[in-house]
Design a protein around this ligand. Structure first.
Ligand code: RIB
Ligand code: CA
Length: 317
């Protein structure tokens, strides 16, 4: 049994999800991690498309052996809110899509997670949710003992020092399912949060996209096209120089936590409707007296991140 860090990605592909999954496949090819499975959730686009896109991405990496599961087709309570305005109608604007060969597993993603984590060696698997947290919350409710198998949960989501990208105070992943986010954050499992506070410091640029395009493989050019389409939204909305690579930051944080400046804080998610829905109440100075429940990332070594990201993509077909 190899001792490489084991990772399961829960995802709603989604253009930046595609970048994160391809990065993980590249790190797997470089024998840096062992990517165990992809579990799909409704988010950027509806579930039939997120699971299809995840399988397409596996085909792009020539990894039809990867186990892909589909889970929740809607949040725990709210109606589904999607982001075709960012990612395109099919969720992967920027490239032509094919019918995937990678099979879809029949088991529900939440059942797969609950069973796999409860049977895993103690604290042996890192979970990287890069979409709404519905599947993770369901797994924790289905079998609370499954926490024994979790090393940590590294979540792309939330915001505190940055304004939100869906509402003034919320990021997309927590906004789609704030109740699921609150369940996960209160679970007692070791959690790192990779919020907009840090992903907005990991932005694409012409130079960074050209470095991908210059790679001697198909996935470098393909991802450059996808990311060129993806970054329009954030450049327009935030006036950033380039699109923030939200989801790959979560993969990087799971594998290279030393690149991230983090603070142990107590965080609650607002589950009430209104302008502050899904906002993160972050006790930055420990005034609540509540025990910290997450490690909150707020700085990143973006040069190291982009260098390793590009090297991981270079390790793909
Ligand atoms: O707020 C950014 C998050 O929302 C990313 O995961 C992106 O893919 C969207 O799901
Ligand atoms: Ca996502």
């Amino acid at each position: 049994m190899n001792s490489l860090p084991k990772i399961i990605i829960d995802t709603d592909p989604g253009q930046d999800d595609a970048a994160a999954i391809l990065m993980a496949f590249g790190l797997d090819n470089l024998n840096i991690i062992q990517l165990q499975a992809l579990t799909c959730v409704a988010g950027n686009v509806p579930l039939p498309l997120t699971q299809k896109n995840a399988r397409i991405i596996c085909d792009w990496a020539n990894r039809q052996d990867m186990s892909v599961y589909q889970g929740a087709d809607r949040p725990l309570l709210k109606p589904l809110f999607t982001a075709e305005n960012v990612h395109g109608k099919n969720g992967l604007d920027g490239v032509v899509l094919h019918e995937p060969k990678t099979p879809l597993q029949s088991q529900h993603a939440a059942v797969f997670l609950a069973e796999t984590l409860s049977q895993a060696a103690d604290h042996s698997i890192s979970i990287c949710p890069i979409g709404p947290l519905t599947n993770i919350a369901l797994a924790l409710r289905l079998n609370p003992e499954c926490v024994s198998g979790i090393k940590e949960i590294v979540i792309m989501g939330g915001t505190f020092f940055e304004t939100g990208n869906v509402t003034p105070l919320a990021d997309f992943n927590f906004f789609v399912d704030p109740i699921a986010a609150q369940i996960v954050l209160q679970s007692g499992v070791p959690i790192r949060i990779v919020p907009l506070d840090v992903t907005h410091k990991a932005c694409l640029s012409e130079k960074r996209i050209n470095a991908l395009r210059a790679l001697p493989n198909q996935n470098g050019k393909r991802l450059a096209d996808i990311l060129q389409s993806y970054e329009r939204f954030d450049i327009q909305q935030f006036g950033l120089d380039g699109g923030p690579l939200h989801d790959p930051c979560a993969i990087a944080c799971a594998v290279y936590p030393q690149w991230f400046t983090q603070k142990e804080v107590y965080v609650e998610i607002n589950t009430h409707s209104g302008i502050a829905e899904a906002a993160c109440s972050v006790d930055w100075h420990g005034k609540s007296g509540k025990k910290p429940n997450v490690s909150w990332c707020y700085q990143i070594d973006d040069e190291a991140f982009f260098e390793q990201f590009t090297q991981a993509i270079a390790a793909l077909p």
